[in-house]
Ligand binder design. Structure first.
Ligand code: G1P
Length: 301
């Protein structure tokens, strides 16, 4: 097996304007919206950490300061909780601080996901890195990123996560043309199209927001013209890498994910996600589930 550089850094693009959640996101980043009582972005950082990535670079923008505060020490709050002897809440407040080494860079202009990833160039340097999109939450019981890092260790290049979606939904995602490898859950990518119309999609396999990326992507992104929506698309840069040889930063493989993924990128999916997380919480479920049943019975009658 070839010896590829290990993956140690995670990049989390978090500069989006969150327009789908206005007015809530006028002064609060959408990444800070809570899934029950934890901001969505904390789940994402926890996922990176459980895959062994302790260096997290967040690509932020204006009005995102509360993200930095969330991962920083809150002295007054900690003092107040300590004075009250509330050890349980104190540890919850301290947890995000001790998770990982956090770094921040600002995107400046919102020129697309590819451009956000390019903002990580200086921090990442010449190492492969993981990229995690905050709108997608992967269930901690289904360790996708760890598997992707293993696949990178075997094949080199880049690795994307794919999930099968109904044909009418494929236009919401990047879609992949795939060929099998000897492994059940691993495919080689031969083409990628960002948000294709359903009848032009190369398959029903959609890119979900987890990537392990070869550093050659930076040079490719610098030369990638704006694509769909006039934005510099990460999908377009990965498409270029998919056709390259290993000594030029290729190839691209896909891990077929069949586990639990939650979407927080739009209102309806966000609501579904909050309900599912609440229903899985031992402290809330015993009261929440019977209430929900009763509520639905009444709503249906
Ligand atoms: C981005 C990517 C897209 C991918 C999706 C996954 O799109 O550009 O290829 O399928 O994330 O969530 P966005 O949803 O940010 O528009």
């Amino acid at each position: 097996m070839a010896d590829f550089d290990p993956v140690t850094k995670a990049v989390v693009p978090a500069a989006g304007l969150g327009t789908r959640f206005l007015p809530a996101t006028k002064a609060t980043p959408k990444e800070m919206l809570p899934i029950v009582d934890k901001p969505a972005i904390q789940y994402v950082v926890e996922e990176a950490v459980s895959a062994g990535l302790l260096d997290v670079l967040m690509v932020t923008g204006r009005s995102k300061r509360s993200i930095e505060d969330h991962f920083d020490v809150a002295y007054e709050l900690e003092d107040a909780l300590r004075a009250k002897g509330d050890a349980e809440r104190l540890s919850q407040v301290q947890l995000p601080v001790d998770l990982a080494t956090m770094h921040y860079v600002r995107q400046g202009e919102p020129k697309g996901l590819g451009h956000a990833v390019l903002c990580a160039k200086q921090h990442v340097g010449h190492e492969p890195f993981a990229c995690l999109l905050g709108d997608d939450i992967i269930d901690a019981r289904d360790p996708l990123l760890k598997r992707m890092i293993e696949v990178r260790a075997t094949y080199g290049g880049s690795v994307i996560a794919l999930m099968e979606v109904p044909r009418e939904q494929v236009s919401l995602y990047g879609a992949a043309a795939i060929v099998p490898t000897g492994e059940d859950d691993v495919v080689r990518i031969t083409d990628l199209v960002e948000k294709p119309p359903a009848n032009e999609a190369p398959s029903n396999w959609a890119i979900i927001g987890r990537y392990v990326i070869d550093p050659a992507v930076f040079e490719v992104l610098e030369n990638t013209p704006p694509g769909r929506g006039g934005e510099i698309q990460l999908t377009d840069a990965l498409r270029t890498l998919a056709s390259r040889s290993p000594d030029e930063g290729g190839p691209v493989h896909g891990v077929l994910f069949r586990g639990r993924r939650y979407d927080t990128g739009n209102k309806l999916d966000y609501l579904r996600t909050v309900v599912q997380f609440a229903a899985n919480r031992p402290d809330l479920a015993p009261e929440f589930i019977p209430w929900l049943r009763e509520f639905l019975d009444q709503a249906g009658s």
